[in-house]
Design a binder for this molecule. Structure first.
Ligand code: GLU
Length: 305
């Protein structure tokens, strides 16, 4: 398997030139577009890796399933479902997804920005700093990595430039879908997106979702089977932004991408996969990362369809 991963990374590295690193958050523009790494953790405990799997990068949207898990763990499914919908928007991650009609909770999806901003308000904590710390703790626990930290430079860069997210948050406030101070909620969202991880961390988090809520090795249950089912289902339909349909056809597993270049892919009962490849296609997905996953899925029959 190590050889297969090495081979896929070499084969797919060429397509990094077909994409571009994200620049709308200035700090992300510093990434090297040619980097590519993968880490796979399998249900029998074996793991394998290739390329830049140790490289740290910001989690960005890959934090959204973790936010959703924490919101579910804190409030239960009915409460969360009444406030954040599950239907794919079919639009880009930062789309202002509305017409002149009133915005309803069913219009917002937890895997795109508007839904994720709303979910920050669902996490329990006496302050937004405490909410963020709880999210960071859960991320560390799922990844089995106590070293996971906030990337301060990316956080400040996004806070300074994130006006589209401000617009989304004010829309949520206008329609009574968030009550708290917009800047406080956004501060938690920007910090959440700026958690620094590597491919191994993403593979471990994906593994827990694949393993229906139980950690590798200890088998400790962190969340219920039902929440794993709920999150994986949403990842399948909306995890790869408005490229989710294509990804379902070509790769066929629940996954979440982020504009930092990460992809976390969940192969239910079999494995967790973490990818780093910061060169993105026009939808914001790692160009080479998708190709590596497509190759791996074809050769190991990973598609759930
Ligand atoms: N922090 C990014 C934003 O809100 C996350 C976007 C993404 O990874 O999709 O713009």
């Amino acid at each position: 398997m190590d050889e297969l991963l090495e081979q896929l990374v070499e084969e797919c590295r060429g397509c990094t030139s077909q994409g571009k690193v994200a620049t709308y958050i200035p700090e992300l523009a510093k990434a090297n577009p040619e980097e590519l790494g993968i880490y796979v953790l399998q249900s029998d405990g074996r793991h394998c890796q290739a390329g830049a799997y140790q490289k740290r990068f910001t989690i960005q949207s890959v934090v959204k399933p973790i936010l959703l898990l924490l919101a579910l763990m804190d409030n239960g499914e009915d409460y969360v479902r009444a406030r954040v919908g599950v239907e794919a928007t079919g639009k880009p991650f930062d789309a202002i997804n509305m017409t002149d009609q009133t915005l309803f909770s069913d219009h917002i999806n937890p895997m795109v920005n508007m839904g994720a901003i709303a979910m920050c308000t669902l996490i329990k904590g006496s302050s937004y700093e405490e909410r963020f710390q709880r999210l960071l703790e859960l991320t560390r626990k799922l990844a089995g990595d106590p070293e996971i930290r906030l990337d301060e430079a990316v956080y400040l860069s996004e806070k300074r430039t994130g006006n589209k997210n401000r617009a989304l948050a004010y829309l949520l406030k206008t329609y009574g879908m968030i009550e708290d101070e917009v800047e406080e909620v956004l501060d938690c969202y920007f910090k959440a997106c700026s958690i620094s991880v590597n491919s191994k961390d993403l593979a471990h988090i994906a593994f827990v979702l694949a393993n229906r809520g139980r950690l590798p090795q200890t088998d400790e249950r962190v969340f219920s089977r039902r929440y794993a089912h709920y999150v994986n289902a949403i990842l399948m339909t909306c995890g790869m932004y408005d490229g989710s349909g294509d990804f379902a056809v070509n790769v066929g597993v629940p996954a979440k991408s982020g504009v930092g270049g990460g992809i976390m892919a969940v192969v239910p009962t079999r494995m967790g996969i973490g990818i780093y490849g910061p060169s993105l296609d026009e939808k914001g997905n790692s160009v080479a990362g998708i190709q590596v996953l497509k190759g791996l899925s074809e050769r190991m029959y990973l598609s759930i369809f």
